[in-house]
Design a protein around this ligand. Sequence first.
Ligand code: PLP
Length: 376
Amino acid sequence: MTDRIADFLRTRRPEGPCLVVDLDVVRDNFLAFRRAMPDTRVFYAVKANPAPEVLKALAELGSCFDCASVQEIEMALEAGATPDRISFGNTIKKERDVARAFALGINMFSVDCEAEVEKIARAAPGTRVFCRILCDGAGAEWPLSRKFGCEPEMAVDVLEHAHRVGLDAYGVSFHVGSQQGNTGAWDGALASAAKLFRELAERGVTLRMVNLGGGFPAKYLKDVPGVPSYGRAILDSVHRHFGNRLPETIIEPGRGMVGSAGVIKAEVVLISRKQAGDDVRWVYLDIGKFGGLAETMDEAIRYPIRTLRGDDETAPCIIAGPTCDSADVLYEKTPYALPLSLEIGDEVLIEGTGAYTTTYSAVAFNGFPPLKAYVI
Ligand SMILES: *Cc1c(COP(=O)(O)O)cnc(C)c1O
């Protein structure tokens, strides 16, 4: 929680649940990535928070953008990024969207199979492609599973195929899983990437780029290593596996860029117990899984929650959202300790909510409006 956000909430007193994002924190986070990995280009993962003010601030600092759709590409262009600073990083694209991106000047696409290579060869001839390889996501609190990427052995064929059909086989990408707490998580995938570089070189194809993806954590309840530790561990692995033939590198931070920049202000709607004498209270907020806190699914992401009741004595609570869906419970397996003095109508601050909240909020489930955001 920054002073600017606290001032904003105190003076503007916005009605209803809302996210407040402090652009100074976003800028500091960008500069921290650049300092930790000075020779690595930063492609901000737009999906984490596509607010125009966030994109514009990052574009001004020289950030590039990882986009998942034509709409995100248009937003990055609108924010001032030139097409050479934008990648179409989704491995699942309609061919007509590839054509639209190509018409907008986009020259870098991700693939993870030959069918996707074919689409790009037809709709965006001659452009750069990188192949995403599978990564098990161990150590991540929000793993990205097997949906994206292929086995490294197959990536060799995919990239050779891209080369044969006239595309520029540019490199390899992977994602170690979001909210990755282990700074060493990149090492295994980098070993695979280096092997891929060698195997393709034997087939006459020279790869040049490794896309290290996202995964850099935001601080929630648990402490996490800082960006410099990640930078050191990753650059160490790059040197170990590539020796003195270093590839170009890029990172795609989403959560690590904006997570810590936002705070959600919410309100206690109801406090109740299921029977007289229960020690656990149910605390219902005016925001839940459908209002932007979707990442509380399986209690994967545990946001710090603060009340304005200081050091009052606390007791465990189950925290739930306001909608008529029983899935709309945020934390039950691991209850949160909240003050016994907490009352209906109290303000509650949910910290570290700058990433993956506004975009995950439903349009009008139960008539609740989408999460409002103020970028200051
Ligand atoms: C979502 C995503 C990211 C951002 O991941 P974080 O863990 O939020 O940093 C980066 N790259 C790709 C391809 C993604 O899909």
